[in-house]
Design a protein around this ligand. Structure first.
Ligand code: IMP
Length: 200
């Protein structure tokens, strides 16, 4: 099976290649190997809606099975924000550090019991015949009092993992890739792909 990974994010592509490298009969391609691939606007109200939109549009355009993801940080005390708006929280021109500072400000004074949050990743797999499948992974933690660690990206310095006693940004890439929301969603997506390959 040829599967189009509906992202041009190098980090995601590397992680997906690594996770699926041992699946026999699977060839991964990226949208940039097609002329003028569509730019899909992520304007949905849920991670699933956004991932499906990307997966379905790329499957339609390439006439090949496609896999897309959407992810973000969900904070209980903020009613689920920044959620699907994680990349744009605080405005288009904000940096990761700006977003983390804004989040820490919004959470100021909240006791440990009210700082629950999680990273969520939803993966959509879309086939050219219109069939769709989805997989989800979460990584639970609490919003720290301050930024710590310089690994990872995005909100990693503020998501503290009580079981490990570190923030996500204090993990090595190998450690993060074992427990992250994206890794868990990819493990579930892998099972879907194995079934689809067997059915071919
Ligand atoms: P997207 O799935 O590429 O649209 O990512 C949405 C946003 O969620 C990113 O810009 C980050 O701010 C945040 N995010 C997603 N995954 C992670 C992660 O593993 N660590 C930290 N932030 C993340």
């Amino acid at each position: 099976m040829k599967l189009v990974i509906a992202t041009n994010n190098r980090g995601k592509i590397r992680e997906i290649r690594d996770k699926f490298s041992d699946i026999r009969g699977l060839t991964l391609v990226t949208p940039d190997s097609f002329p003028n691939p569509p730019v899909v606007v992520e304007d949905g109200n849920s991670f699933l809606e956004n991932a499906m939109k990307k997966g379905v549009e790329i499957a339609r355009y390439t006439n090949l099975p496609s896999m897309a993801d959407d992810s973000g940080l969900v904070v209980d005390a903020l009613g689920g924000r920044p959620g699907v708006h994680s990349a744009r929280y605080g405005g288009e021109s904000s940096t990761d550090a700006d977003r983390n500072r804004l989040l820490l400000d919004e959470m100021k004074g909240l006791p440990p019991g009210k700082r629950g949050a999680r990273f969520v990743c939803v993966i959509a797999i879309a086939l050219p015949d219109g069939a769709t499948y989805s997989a989800e992974g979460t990584c639970e933690g609490v919003i720290a009092e301050r930024m710590t660690g310089d690994g990872g990206f995005g909100y990693d310095p503020v998501l503290y993992l009580p079981e490990l006693g570190r923030t996500m940004a204090e993990l090595t890439l190998e450690e993060k890739n074992l427990i992250s929301h994206r890794a868990k969603a990819l493990d579930a997506a892998r099972e879907i792909l194995l079934k689809l390959i067997r059915q071919e």
